[in-house]
Design a protein around this ligand. Structure first.
Ligand SMILES: [Fe+2]
Ligand SMILES: [Fe+2]
Length: 190
């Protein structure tokens, strides 16, 4: 159950569909960053007991990364430079300092990134069905995993401090809704 308050603008889907090779390179980086993020979360004291779960997420993201790289190879698309995402950096800029505050904010940001990926992969799976069956099936196959990551990160934050997580989630959902309306002409997922 995704909690977002604003849909991604229609143009963002059109832009992705018109630039699939660039979008796939961006997606590869997204999976790479998701793997390193899961490992980075292991630095927080509150998450020491969840280290195996975080490793499992990192491994899964690395497998996704490998799958996207294989897709790139099959299609003759070279792996290239990542685009910086104004949406992701906009969320991350609001992560507060201080162990407890920082881990909760960081987990909420990760949860929203996973949730938006889950949402967008669902849309891509649907929209690509008629034009690119292989890619449509690929995106459909990732939806459940990213949805689980979304829920896991949110539950990890709630496990640390539920009231504070709910309060910050409200703030971050408002920020996400504001940031997602900002125009971004690049063919990237986020
Ligand atoms: Fe992933
Ligand atoms: Fe994920």
């Amino acid at each position: 159950m995704l909690l977002f308050r604003e849909k991604p603008p229609a143009y963002s889907l059109a832009k992705i569909l018109a630039n699939l090779p660039a979008e796939l390179v961006d997606h590869a980086h997204l999976e790479r960053k998701a793997a390193t993020t899961a490992l980075n979360l292991e630095k927080y004291r509150d998450l020491f007991p969840r280290v195996e779960e975080l490793n499992a997420i990192a491994i899964e993201e690395l497998q996704h990364f490998q799958l996207v790289l294989a897709l790139l190879k099959r299609r003759g698309i070279p792996f290239g430079q990542p685009y910086p995402s104004p949406w992701i950096s906009g969320l991350m800029k609001s992560v507060r300092n201080g162990q407890r505050h920082q881990v909760i904010d960081h987990l909420i940001c990760c949860s929203l990134i996973e949730g938006r990926s889950c949402e967008k992969f669902q849309v891509l799976a649907r929209e690509l069905k008629a034009v690119d069956r292989e890619l449509a099936d690929f995106y459909a196959s990732l939806v459940e995993s990213e949805g689980n990551h979304y829920a896991t990160y949110l539950l990890m934050a709630k496990g640390i401090d539920e009231a504070e997580t709910n309060r910050r989630l409200d703030f971050y959902l408002a920020l996400d809704a504001e940031l997602i309306r900002q125009p971004n002409p690049l063919p990237m997922l986020h």
